[in-house]
Ligand binder design. Structure first.
Ligand SMILES: Nc1ncnc2c1ncn2[C@@H]1O[C@H](COP(=O)(O)OP(=O)(O)OP(=O)(O)O)[C@@H](O)[C@H]1O
Length: 420
């Protein structure tokens, strides 16, 4: 008789597969990785917490996952009368729990701030190690909300809130480092008006995938019994608030300015500043850290999307073609790029000049102001594009600061009326 050897997680496969991207990979449920979690389970502060200070959170559904965590909708069992719901982020065991906490500790708890608040933090032990757990307000992805609340859409005001969020971070010496549309959320105070039973009733049962490994796992306890897809709780915004409150989330890649241990920048291509893009394209790695200037670049790309409704750069990827498009919009090539540029057969043929860049911006202004039913005037678009051009400088030292962004006429003028 042959005995089957247990298979390590990196080689496990499941009998019933799932759509790539919808749920986290089963292979990350290993030592140092994700913590296996079940719906209905209660996560508590460590046993040695003073009883009067112990906190318990019941897992209700999944909100999302990232490279470093799974994030769950929970109800706080320690003060059930106020029916407080939170987003509970359970980090991979290998994550450095201190970095994100250090960032949050620098931030004062100003009312009305446009950056997610950390309410609680503790650790839990599990089969895959010790995991940092962070407890935040529940936000809905801005991208999802835009479809539901377009009637309440005030582009200038939304840009202002995102910029205020970034200003709050920069003022307290923090670089966001991973600013993109997916890390912008809308707060949902109305969630707390719903009872737990009602909330569960309103959610469709999640389409979970049973974890039935094709091979015998080396460490069965490391695996969850099933994988849960994220629940879309945006439908609770059926009656959207008159004014949206935007908050920046995911400070997992944030850096304290001047820190000697800043990790390499990890922003997605669509919002990646040219200095980082150039390093990635020419060397296939990024060694430099994100900066306040690279945050400004990302903010400009986000504001472009909010105002124009599409991305500044289409089909972005870390390639010479994208590098060419970035330089074309800026109208410049930094001297340090010159030898690479001239030796590349695609790049050396491009028309990179201020005149060509001005033409791109002019076309944007003409096309947008010609659109029917737009609450913004041609003059508004001219002012907005002037701001973007000051933020989208190819040389990071030429980009304006966040305080200058907020002082620009685009932000100091009164808000536009909502569009339909
Ligand atoms: N406060 C929140 N409210 C609702 N959903 C959230 C919240 N925080 C995170 N999420 C969801 O969980 C996902 C992962 O969260 P986050 O980006 O913080 O994790 P991460 O592991 O640091 O990921 P990344 O790979 O982006 O660095 C988010 O994309 C979002 O869908």
């Amino acid at each position: 008789m042959t005995v089957e050897q247990p298979v390590p997680p990196q080689r496990l496969s499941l009998h019933w597969g799932v759509d790539e991207g919808e749920v986290e990979g089963i292979r990350r449920y290993t030592h140092g990785g994700y913590h296996p979690i079940q719906l209905g389970e209660v996560l508590s502060t460590p046993a040695d917490t003073e009883p009067s200070n112990s906190r318990k959170y019941r897992i209700l559904s999944k909100l999302g996952y990232g490279a470093f965590s799974t994030v769950w909708l929970v109800s706080a069992q320690h003060h059930p009368e106020s029916r407080r719901y939170f987003a509970l982020k359970v980090c991979v065991a290998d994550a450095d729990p201190q970095r994100e906490l250090d960032v949050f500790r620098r931030l004062p708890s100003d009312e009305g701030r446009h950056v997610l608040r950390l309410h609680d933090s503790f650790t839990i032990d599990g089969p895959n190690g010790t995991h940092a757990v962070h407890v935040f307000d529940v936000l809905v992805s801005f991208d999802i909300v835009t479809g539901l609340v377009r009637a309440h859409w005030n582009r200038r005001e939304l840009c202002r809130q995102v910029a205020h969020g970034l200003a709050f971070l920069h003022r307290h010496g923090v670089v966001h480092g991973d600013l993109h549309m997916g890390n912008i959320g809308v707060s949902m105070p109305q969630l707390d008006e719903i009872t737990e039973e009602d909330l569960i009733d309103r959610c469709d049962p999640p389409n979970c995938t049973i974890v039935f490994p094709c091979q015998t796992p080396a460490s069965p306890k490391s695996l969850p019994p099933y994988l849960v897809p994220p629940t879309d709780i945006a439908f609770h915004l059926l009656k959207p608030p008159a004014a949206l409150h935007i908050e920046l989330l995911d400070l997992g890649s944030a850096i304290i300015v001047g820190s000697s241990s800043a990790p390499p920048a990890c922003t997605p291509a669509v919002v990646c500043a040219p200095e980082i893009l150039f390093e990635q394209v020419t060397t296939s790695v990024v060694t430099q850290a994100a900066t306040t200037a690279s945050d400004i670049w990302a903010l400009a790309c986000i504001m472009y999307r909010i105002v124009f409704g599409g991305d500044l750069y289409h089909w972005p990827s870390f390639s010479v073609y994208y590098l060419g498009k970035v330089a074309a919009v800026c109208g410049q090539i930094p001297p340090s790029w010159r030898s690479f540029w001239d030796s590349n057969e695609h790049l050396c043929k491009l028309d990179i000049s201020q005149e060509a860049a001005d033409q791109i911006w002019q076309t944007n202004i003409d096309d947008s102001s010609a659109r029917k039913g737009c609450a913004l005037s041609r003059e508004d678009f001219v002012i907005f594009c002037d701001l973007l051009q000051r933020m989208l400088k190819i040389d990071p030292s030429d980009r304006i600061t966040i305080e200058e962004v907020l002082a620009h006429p685009w932000h100091t003028q009164t808000a536009d009326s909502p569009t339909r």
